[in-house]
Design a binder for this molecule. Structure first.
Ligand code: TRP
Length: 326
């Protein structure tokens, strides 16, 4: 089970980090992937853009290979019983531990005028999302580790108080090291919030991709044969390894090693290979976005699967708590 916030466009880092994991998991497990539309209300109370954002997240993930016939792909707000489980879990979540959460402290700093209770209990709702399917494996990045630890605590607390209902959820990834996609300016990784020109989005058009790649940081070239690569050059090669053919990569590696490399040519090649990779995804996203009927059908089908699983869990939960008087 995993959740995706419907804010902002997906970029190459999301693709190689999260989505590729989902696409693989759907072959190996019974999966629930959720658009976290309710979570977005904690920081984005204005819902004017919500529908468009939800549609985009659905379309982008499907275009990248998430298959709504294999995994349940649904919206958080369509599973009403999550709100019920959230209420029960709130009775077991302590103010002190919620206030200590790193993401809460960040949000208090960035939105001091809107420190609402939903923000404080964000990890409780996330726990409800996960354990309502009694999920064991949660494919998430490093930034979600603390939330996952809290989910384990809340699930265990429930089990101790009312009897074993939930397995322990834990973060899941196929490869030990998540693929980090470096940003084009040589600092850190691609990110929604930082330098937009250093991040490649799945929605970028060909010209913009070219422009961004050509701006990638390079220098005047290595000074001696077989020199180690500076970080920002290694980053360009890393990006190339994600999208370019083996012989192309080998050629530029050899050129680097014998000091004949021309970074202009390298970046031109990388730009074209990026376009070959991103353009078909972008076109698929746009085609899906045009087909509202299909998107509706995906959401209905996902909600139906997710609701079935949620209803079964909630029966166990109410019985365990003792909310069964008749
Ligand atoms: N908090 C997650 C994020 O910021 C989104 C999310 C909501 C989630 N519910 C979840 C992730 C359940 C995993 C499981 O990206």
């Amino acid at each position: 089970m995993s959740g995706i916030r419907p804010t902002g466009l997906l970029h190459l880092g999301n693709y190689f980090g999260a989505i590729r994991n989902y696409v693989k998991m759907q072959e190996d497990f019974e999966c629930y992937f959720m658009v976290a539309d309710l979570h977005s209300l904690t920081t984005h109370p204005d819902t004017k853009e919500l529908k468009a954002n939800v549609h985009r997240v659905l379309a982008e993930n499907i275009a990248c290979g998430l298959d709504p016939d294999k995994a349940a792909f649904y919206c958080q707000s369509h599973i009403h019983e999550t709100a019920e489980l959230y209420l029960y879990l709130n009775m077991m979540a302590y103010k002190g531990e919620l206030e200590k959460t790193a993401t809460f402290k960040d949000k208090v700093r960035s939105h001091p005028d809107n420190v609402n209770a939903g923000l404080l209990t964000y990890p409780v709702l996330q726990t409800a999302d996960i354990i309502i399917h009694r999920a064991k494996y949660v494919p998430v990045g490093k930034d979600q580790e603390q939330h996952l630890e809290m989910a384990r605590n809340f699930a265990n607390r429930f089990n101790h108080r009312y009897g074993e209902v939930f397995p322990e959820p834990s973060a899941f990834n196929y490869n030990q090291d998540l693929v980090k996609v470096p940003s084009l300016d040589g600092t850190g990784k691609m990110s929604k919030s930082e330098n937009q020109m250093a991040t490649l989005y799945l929605a970028d058009d060909d010209e913009l991709i070219r422009k961004k790649v050509m701006k990638a940081k390079t220098d005047s070239g290595p000074g001696a044969n077989n020199s180690p690569k500076p970080d920002y050059i290694e980053n360009v090669f890393l990006l190339m390894r994600l999208v370019s053919a083996d012989d192309v990569i080998r050629k530029f590696e050899a050129d680097y090693d014998n000091c004949s490399i021309r970074y202009g040519d390298l970046k031109k090649q990388l730009a074209e290979d990026m376009i070959q990779f991103i353009a078909p995804i972008r076109q698929k996203v746009n085609a899906i976005l045009e087909d509202e009927k299909y998107l509706r059908q995906v959401m209905e089908q996902g909600a139906e699967k997710a609701n079935r699983s949620a209803a079964a869990t909630m029966q166990l939960v109410r019985d365990a708590i003792g909310l069964n008087y008749y």
